[in-house]
Design a protein around this ligand. Structure first.
Ligand code: ZN
Length: 248
């Protein structure tokens, strides 16, 4: 079984469609780690597409905020402005769909899916402290997380050594492979489709191949200018528009 793992799409249809085109024929099912909406210009198209494609979707903090399950008070003013715009755009059906998304962790085929961290769906895993807390609270030996918009993750060896997984030199549309080991646990972030923040503006995703016990990480360039144009037309905040081209 091969799973396409998508996270942090953030209403970016161009990035999502480009990623789906590249992943075509390379996977059997789709899993989504949340944040379908927020920031970008196409909330309804993205929700409809993911609803149709994904076998399992974990809700993200922006999904909760954009459908009124949380008040977005802990968001900065830019994220809050995008949240309010998204609320005004969502169809009643898509609003309701977001309201009914389940919180992580969700087990699928022996792995665990979360948006933030296994012990708190809104917690970020950025550093070794966050990673150790996540490993301690997770049940599975392989956990996929999103929320940080940083592709990569951590592995924890049987003798409790924590190592970051760094994927800094991925070529366009070519996989960087991480192979599982029996003596280690893995905490993996496929990266963000619609708003990468690891300094690389290309859309990011991963494909988990359970038969071969490996994960292929991808980066793919997409039409950033087209997404930016739509955001300007929608009146979304300028800093959210410019950050897409630098991946921060
Ligand atoms: Zn996000």
């Amino acid at each position: 079984m091969r799973y396409l793992i998508l996270s942090d799409i953030h209403s970016n249809l161009e990035a999502l469609e480009k990623s789906l085109a590249l992943a075509e024929g390379k996977h059997d099912q789709v899993l989504c780690l949340g944040d379908l909406v927020g920031y970008g210009p196409d909330p309804n198209a993205v929700v409809s597409l993911i609803q149709r494609l994904a076998r399992t979707i974990v809700r993200g903090n922006h999904d909760k905020a954009c459908c009124g399950l949380s008040d977005a008070e802990d968001f900065n003013f830019l994220a809050r402005a995008a949240t309010e715009w998204t609320r005004s755009q969502l169809t009643p059906e898509n609003y309701e769909f977001l309201r009914n998304l389940p919180a992580g962790p969700i087990p699928v085929d022996g792995i665990e899916l979360v948006h933030g961290s296994p012990f708190d769906e809104d917690e970020y895993i950025f550093d070794s402290l966050g990673a150790i807390q996540a490993f301690q609270s997770a049940d599975a030996s392989v956990v996929f997380f999103g929320h940080s918009h940083h592709q990569g993750g951590f592995l924890l060896t049987a003798d409790k050594r924590l190592q970051p997984i760094s994927l800094s030199t991925i070529k366009d549309d070519e996989p960087a492979t991480v192979t599982f080991r029996d003596d280690a646990r893995f905490l993996l972030n496929p990266g963000s489709i619609g708003q990468p923040r690891d300094g690389d503006p290309r859309a990011a995703f991963a494909i988990l191949d359970l038969d071969h016990q490996r994960v292929d990480f991808y980066r793919t360039p997409y039409d950033v200018a087209k997404t930016q144009e739509k955001m300007r037309a929608a009146g979304l905040p300028e800093p959210l528009i410019t950050r897409l081209e630098i991946g921060r």
